[in-house]
Unconditional design. Structure first.
Length: 260
């Protein structure tokens, strides 16, 4: 049962807490522990599926709520469930567009995954680091909760096709990937579905836009232009700066955490 009255802080993972794709700096971990000791509930909300969140956290914060797949997956008390998945017709339409643009992709089910992209693509280093899942054919996935295109003849056109199909689309220009989620699925929408409407948040990328925009106190890590004017505070994308801001927030009263 989710206690919606608890003081909640939500953290994106990659580029916010994790800067090497594999681990979280000890200074940030210590700050997160201080945040938890101060009575805050921690939520980790990532584009990664829950399977790929676990190795980065390394067993820390077992009571934290995990949101994966940009909101399509939720894990509470160690139980992972899909809260959003592509419908059959919706997925078929996306696959037709992917084929038209000769796309290579990573498709995630609730736990296992299918991959058709280049073997040496950087995303492969972040997939199933803990060896917890199976790589299978797309048809073997019971449902698809997230679809990430890693190469295509025209990524921008493919992104627009997904939007025209009514999907949530994040085009990460810096990484040359396009992330598709079913319907209006976002990290913020997942929080709202769990009854969490008051929270503080840390994020760094366009898939954190709604998360930061609706937060009581919002922190942008780095300088992504897509988040200009959204966050109340911006800190450098380095472990020391992030740890300092988490520590400051942990020590602040709710009024102090929300500057005028």
């Amino acid at each position: 049962m989710i206690d919606s009255s608890a003081r909640t802080t939500v953290f994106d993972i990659d580029g916010t807490l994790c800067f090497d794709g594999r681990s979280i700096d000890a200074r940030i971990l210590a700050a997160l522990e201080a945040c938890e000791r101060a009575g805050r509930r921690l939520v980790f909300a990532s584009a990664r599926p829950v399977r790929d969140l676990l190795p980065v956290l390394g067993g820390a914060f077992p009571s934290a709520l995990l949101i994966g797949g940009n909101g399509s997956l939720v894990s509470a008390d160690g139980r992972v469930r899909a809260r959003a998945a592509f419908g059959r017709a919706e997925l078929a339409a996306l696959l037709a567009e992917a084929e038209r643009h000769r796309a290579g992709y990573l498709a995630d089910g609730p736990w296992d995954y299918a991959y058709t992209g280049p073997a040496d693509h950087p995303i492969r280093a972040r997939v199933d680091q803990g060896g917890l899942a199976r790589r299978v054919e797309l048809a073997e996935l019971p449902e698809v909760v997230k679809f990430l295109v890693v190469d295509a003849t025209d990524l921008a056109a493919l992104a627009e096709a997904g939007r025209a199909l009514g999907m949530t689309v994040n085009h990460h220009l810096d990484e040359a990937i396009v992330d598709f989620a079913p319907g209006t699925t976002t990290k913020w929408e997942a929080l709202a579905s769990l009854g969490i409407d008051e929270y503080d948040a840390f994020g760094n990328d366009v898939n954190d836009l709604d998360l930061l925009r609706n937060a009581r106190h919002s922190v942008r890590v780095g300088s992504h232009p897509g988040l200009d004017g959204v966050a109340r505070v911006t800190v450098a994308a380095d472990p020391q700066a992030v740890a300092a801001e988490i520590t400051r927030l942990a020590a602040a009263t709710p009024a102090q955490a929300t500057p005028a």
